[in-house]
Ligand binder design. Structure first.
Ligand SMILES: C[S@@+](CC[C@H](N)C(=O)[O-])C[C@H]1O[C@@H](n2cnc3c(N)ncnc32)[C@H](O)[C@@H]1O
Length: 253
């Protein structure tokens, strides 16, 4: 099972997710290294909160890193997926007995900017593994962002583009107009600060749903600098940061 556990608040686990966790014999949790030890603790806390310790075996593993120096983003991602497939196959073969259920915990919702479902799809095609998998949705950070700012994600009848900081930077460099609302994840560079438009609003959130949550909203040109500063201070203090934001041009109606 791939279980979405929400993006930081243990109370955001759905009843379906808790019930699925209860059926798991083995729970696999990712250790992303020292900087994010807090995230590993949070995953463990979710298990401790909802399960009796005797009911499951916990397996911690370190996910391979993507090669960030590769000149080709797509081939780096492909190589990274391949090494994740190899690792996950070994984990399943080594830790999961015949007819046992395993659960991989996915941050937020597993369908969004997470390759775990692609890895599972690839593994389920391997006849030797005889693997079937189920997906339990979770509350994504983008839903928490909207809730904390008390806004709808879309304007009436309008689309929202879901993208990454890297793609937003490419669009800005290409001069592609950002007419629709844009929801940005995975942006380590405060890419929003490269947007000159004075009408755009930003709704930004870091550590959403977690202790130390930070929220800022306002006209982008007025708050961009403050967000960048808050972001770098918080990152230096805590050792890691996850933030996401919505860019919106209010429609005249
Ligand atoms: C690899 S993606 C995974 C997204 C996840 N599947 C989801 O549904 O939110 C990680 C990105 O999600 C966003 N994110 C996840 N959790 C967050 C949180 N608690 N606060 C703010 N942003 C978060 C950040 O943009 C981060 O860089």
């Amino acid at each position: 099972m791939i279980i979405g556990i929400g993006s930081g608040n243990p109370e955001h686990l759905t009843v379906q997710a808790v019930n699925a966790l209860k059926t798991a014999n083995v729970i696999f949790v990712t250790d992303k290294g020292n900087a994010a030890a807090e995230l590993l603790q949070l995953r463990k806390a979710v298990c401790e909160r909802y399960l009796a310790s005797s009911s499951y075996r916990l397996v911690e593993f370190r996910d391979p890193e993507r090669d960030r120096n590769s000149s080709s983003y797509l081939s780096a991602v492909e190589a990274w997926h391949q090494s994740r497939c190899t690792l996950y196959e070994e984990l399943i073969l080594h830790h999961l007995g015949e007819n046992e259920y395993g659960a991989f915990l996915a941050w937020g919702d597993p369908s969004l900017y997470d390759s775990v479902l692609r890895v599972m799809q690839a593994l389920s095609k391997k006849a030797s593994l005889r693997l079937e998998f189920e997906v339990i949705p979770g509350i994504s950070s983008m839903q928490v962002l909207a809730a904390q700012h008390r806004i709808p994600l879309n304007q009436i009848g309008e689309p929202v583009l879901l993208t990454t900081g890297r793609r937003l930077a490419e669009d800005i460099a290409a001069g592609t107009a950002l007419d629709d609302d844009v929801l940005v994840m995975l942006d380590a560079d405060c890419t929003f600060s490269r947007i000159a438009d004075r009408e755009t609003d930003i709704y930004w959130g870091a550590y959403l749903g977690m202790p130390g949550e930070i929220l800022v909203s306002g006209k982008l040109h007025e708050v961009a600098e403050r967000i960048c500063q808050l972001r770098s201070e918080a990152r230096a203090k805590r050792g890691w940061i996850m933030d996401t934001y919505l860019l919106r041009k209010p429609r005249a109606r």
